[in-house]
Design a protein around this ligand. Structure first.
Ligand code: NDP
Length: 245
């Protein structure tokens, strides 16, 4: 699978799944436009530079619609276009529903759901003009299953399913495919934060008895960004070791 000459825009690429997405697409020859919010993306940039990738990194809070539109404009100025948009930026602010603070609900919705809306809205202006594009939203198994203590996160990721399907229907006539990857539990900072009891309970729910890796998610993204998936839109690919089916 080659992405030589293609420009891939990835949000939240400073660490975790986003960093691995950037590395996987760089290995496949893509130009990378990556964003980070609070963590300087030095490690990602070092790995991309070792691959000789053409890369631009900018700070972006995806919840800010003006900043999201600016970032897309910068990408178009630097690389001429956006061929693939991957909405990976995401946060958790867990807590039981009864005690969840308004600001924790809002912060998760603003980043995970509205942030994706902001990015899609900005990028499709470019994709519609050239009548081509691939959009990949990173959801979560929790958006399908729900989870105690994650009402905000689950609702935001379930919202992404509706956003993905609606965008897929709107944009299909313009030759833009919009799909969602729903990872299960993947080894990153997000899952490192869980205590051992929770980790063991999670492992017990996974038929493959192991967490996934960021590369497992990147492999699905490579497929959905490639021409091998040109007749696939509005779909959800679960990458979860059989945890939810
Ligand atoms: P990490 O916490 O390791 O990384 C999250 C990334 O999102 C960081 O690069 C962070 O940037 C960025 N980010 C957070 N808030 C914002 C914001 N407001 N604007 C822009 N960027 C932001 O998470 P993962 O790599 O584990 O997760 C990546 C995606 O995959 C998320 O959408 C997550 O919900 C999803 N996912 C993860 C699973 C897992 O098990 N790890 C399971 C299912 C889904 P910075 O550090 O610079 O602030």
């Amino acid at each position: 699978m080659t992405f030589k000459g293609k420009t891939v825009f990835i949000t939240g690429a400073s660490r975790g799944i986003g960093r691995e997405l950037a590395v996987a697409f760089a290995e496949a020859g893509a130009n990378l436009f990556i964003t980070y919010n609070r963590t300087a993306p030095e490690d990602t940039l070092a790995r991309l530079s070792a691959l000789d990738a053409d890369v631009e990194a900018v700070q972006l809070d995806v919840a800010d619609s003006t900043a999201a539109a600016d970032a897309v404009r910068k990408c178009a100025e630097r690389f001429g276009t956006v061929d693939v948009l991957i909405n990976n930026a995401g946060v958790t602010k867990d807590g039981l529903l009864m005690r969840m603070k308004d600001e924790d609900w809002d912060a998760v919705m603003d980043t995970n759901l509205k942030g994706t809306f902001n990015m899609v809205k900005a990028a499709v202006k470019i994709m519609i003009k050239k009548r081509a594009g691939k959009i990949i939203n990173i959801g979560s198994v929790i958006g399908s299953m729900g989870n105690a203590g994650q009402a905000n996160y689950s609702a935001s990721k379930a919202g992404l399913s509706g956003l993905t399907k609606s965008a897929a229907r709107e944009l299909a006539p313009r030759n833009i495919q919009v799909n969602l990857i729903a990872p299960g539990y993947i080894s990153t900072d997000m899952t490192e934060a869980l205590d051992d009891g929770t980790k063991n309970a999670i492992l017990a729910m996974i038929p493959m008895k192991k967490l996934g890796t960021p590369r497992d998610v990147a492999n699905a993204a490579l497929f959905l960004a490639s021409s091998a998936s040109d007749y696939i839109t509005g779909q959800e690919i679960h990458v979860n070791g059989g945890m939810y089916m």
